[in-house]
Design a protein around this ligand. Sequence first.
Ligand code: COA
Length: 257
Amino acid sequence: MPIDVALDGGIATVTVNRPDALNALDLEHAESLRARLEELAADDEARVVLLTGAGDRAFVAGADIKYMQALGVLEARRWGELGQACASLLETMPKPTVAAVNGFALGGGCELALACDIRLASANAKLGQPEVKLGIVPGWGGTQRLARVTTLGFAKELCFTGRTVGAEEALARGLVNAVHEPDDLLPKARELCETLAAKSPLALAYAKEAANLALAGDHRGNLETEARLFSMLFSSEDQKEGMAAFVEKREPRFTGR
Ligand code: COA
């Protein structure tokens, strides 16, 4: 299955299952993730959702660059909306969502983690928004949620430079809630989820609804702006060059066109 779901003791563990590509999300995996999250949002048996990646190297290494390489503006718009839908489900479903970041969480992977209510990272995790290196911008909510979860200055630094950060720096910046040794990550995440699953689902749903109001400003409108800017960049030569350079394993040459 592209996305595995295991429901046990009220905890739905959702695993992105594409370890050969470091769990990068292509269309099949992204559509499947959205479908699974929609089901879990409506499933009362699932009291807590735990998101992680298969294998020991990656949470999600981003949207699939090979898939995105040939997208036009309209397709990029739909692709952005699909990723934003996954992130919005994690952010708004009426139950806690926890990310167990077990390795690379880059681009769309970092954005999915940012949309979860709580993030735990393994000591070898690497997080960041490297889209600028591909000639594009984060398109699954990262331009908004990274600043909301950390600070505007740190978010701009990561989005502008594409620099990835290790787990300890992520912890110091508030990007993750806690760091655990790789072998301890899932047991610790499960422990947290058990704590949450024992609480009143109604109280948790209301706490989440109220806490999300702390996101001041026009969050929806800002996400709409992000979707427009993300898709427009797919009409640029820099996007073609940035993604071709990744696939061809060379440095990109950007011209600003
Ligand atoms: N999209 C498509 N394929 C990806 C991918 C992505 N986002 N991330 C990793 N992969 C693939 C690689 O192409 C490679 O496939 P191949 O074996 O067919 O060549 C495989 O996963 C393993 O990755 P590789 O690059 O060989 O591993 P590494 O340890 O040398 O580097 C990363 C790991 C994460 C640093 C590197 O894969 C990378 O930079 N990935 C892109 C991250 C990114 O920009 N994400 C945001 C996209 S918007």
